[in-house]
Design a protein. Structure first.
Lengths: 337, 154
């Protein structure tokens, strides 16, 4: 495919068109992705997630500036939510990235979630594949403003940075399940605000729960076993780093990129990278299968049948579970499998 | 298949009045379009780069400063240099009647002043976005190469 050849050669218009194509989906997109796939697997994919307003876009901008000083090409994907009512979206990540706007070595793409709920768009992984194959060694993926359970980024990125800010909740927030569990690096941004040190302390205390460590206690060093131990403990290998930044002033960014680099080296040396790569491929395959099977199944069932079934469910004549089984059985008779 | 109309809404030049741009952006969102909103004080280079990277169908420029006859030609010129001749450009804001035909001659598809119905804008954009785009790729847009023969403003 000509467009794939051009994108692989670094033609930015072809890259942009290719991302639109994979977002759109369909046969042509599948074909393009299968041509691209052998060229992927080169990039370090870094996810940046956190609540709305914590400074993710500003942080991404400052990180990109550091990578540019190191001479790297940088790909950035910024995701914002699609309206569940109109299907439209306002994509505003570029507003904070104006300093990067005319650098031809930085490729910024805004994506709308288009109904996907895990903090990414359905085609985010595919867009990452395009930039990866086109030779961008650093790819920064900024999720939608995430709450507590938008954790899909951990399956797409090699390194996940969770951005917090001071005074955003007590230490119980820090031990809840969800977004903090996926962090490889936790950033307390806006560290010039009061409460930044408290936030760092609370996060460190949370991390201490499941790792053995040494601490300074009443003037003495002492060895502390993790409080949650044995089979209940998360397999402690990489202890997430906690860093303070002030993105608006560009403070702490070099340290952050160094921590990201350290996590990458750790992954490569410990074999974690292969394990994650395997999990990622398995997850991607499952996602594609689910999507493809559903599409094929729905293709087999006429809109009329589907509407009729919905009406029967509404009238409580049939329950949705048996209805689904019946539709699958019918499609199977029509040689769907 | 899931094709959405993508629109870049940008404010070139130095005036700081972005309410009109925001109203239009919001209306396009409600019409089911994906709107890339870049904010204030965009240079023509920023606009052309964003249009390239975001692969938009339409660029909407909002100008209230009176500098439209300086800014719009530069944006149109850069879009051509980038090989984006197939991107439809609309202008909104305070544009005197006598400048409208000059802008249209530059290739601007529509000029909208105060009082325009949002529905008219939505319909015009849908019509332009339905025109098939030209083929992929262009020789000027490779990484590291700036379009020749153009000096940035600033």
């Amino acid at each position: 495919m000509e467009i794939v050849t051009q994108a692989l050669a670094g033609d930015r218009r072809a890259i942009a068109r290719l991302i639109s194509l994979v977002e759109q989906g369909g046969d042509e997109a599948r074909q393009a992705l299968s041509h691209l796939y052998p060229h992927t697997g080169q990039a370090h994919i870094v996810g940046i997630t956190g609540a709305p307003g914590t400074g993710k876009s500003t942080l991404v901008t400052e990180m990109a500036k550091v990578y540019r000083r190191q001479g790297l090409l940088v790909g950035i994907i910024g995701i914002d939510p699609t309206s569940p009512f109109s299907g439209g979206a306002i994509l505003g990540d570029r507003i904070r990235m104006r300093e990067l706007a005319t650098d031809p070595h930085i490729f910024i793409r805004s994506m709308a979630t288009r109904g996907s709920l895990g903090g990414l768009a359905r085609a985010t992984a595919d867009a990452v594949h395009v930039l990866d194959a086109a030779g961008y060694p650093m790819i920064l993926v900024e999720t939608v403003g995430a709450g507590q359970s938008e954790v899909d980024i951990a399956r797409t990125a090699h390194t996940t940075v969770v951005v917090q800010m001071p005074a955003s909740g007590d230490e119980i927030q820090a031990i809840k399940a969800g977004i903090l569990e996926i962090a490889d690096i936790i950033v307390v941004n806006k560290a010039d605000l009061p409460g930044a040190d408290n936030a760092v302390t609370a996060l460190q205390a949370m991390l201490d729960l499941n790792s053995t460590h040494t601490e300074w206690h009443h003037g003495q060093l002492r060895h502390v076993e993790g409080i949650v131990t044995g089979s209940a403990a998360t397999p402690a290998s990489w202890r997430p780093l906690v860093l303070k930044t002030c993105a608006l002033r560009g403070e702490g960014i070099v340290e952050l990129t160094a921590a990201i680099q350290a996590h990458w080296q750790y992954q490569c040396q410990s074999g974690l990278r292969q394990r994650r790569e395997h999990e990622r491929a398995a997850d991607e395959l499952r996602r594609i299968l689910r999507h493809a099977l559903l599409e094929r199944l729905l293709h087999q069932i006429s809109d009329q049948d589907l509407e009729g079934t919905v009406e029967r469910i509404v009238a409580r004549e049939q329950d949705p579970y048996s209805a689904a089984e019946a539709l699958i059985a019918e499609a199977r008779r029509a040689h769907f499998w | 298949m899931d094709k959405r109309i993508r629109v870049l809404i940008a404010k070139p030049g130095l005036d700081g009045h972005d309410r009109g741009a925001k109203v239009v952006a919001r209306a396009l969102r409600d019409a089911g379009m994906e709107v890339i909103y870049t904010g204030l004080r965009q240079t023509p280079e920023m606009i052309a780069e964003a249009a390239l990277q975001e692969d938009v169908d339409v660029v909407g420029l909002s100008i209230l400063s009176g500098a439209h006859m300086a800014l719009v030609p530069r944006v149109m010129h850069l879009l051509k240099e980038y090989g984006l001749n197939d991107v439809a450009v609309f202008v909104g804001g305070i544009i005197p009647d006598e400048d409208v035909s000059a802008l249209r001659e530059l290739g601007v598809k529509g000029v909208y002043g105060p009082g325009t119905s949002l529905d008219d804008i939505v319909q015009a954009i849908r019509k332009e976005a339905a025109v098939p785009r030209t083929d992929y790729g262009n020789r000027h847009a490779s990484i590291g190469r700036r379009p020749p023969g153009y000096r940035p403003i600033d």
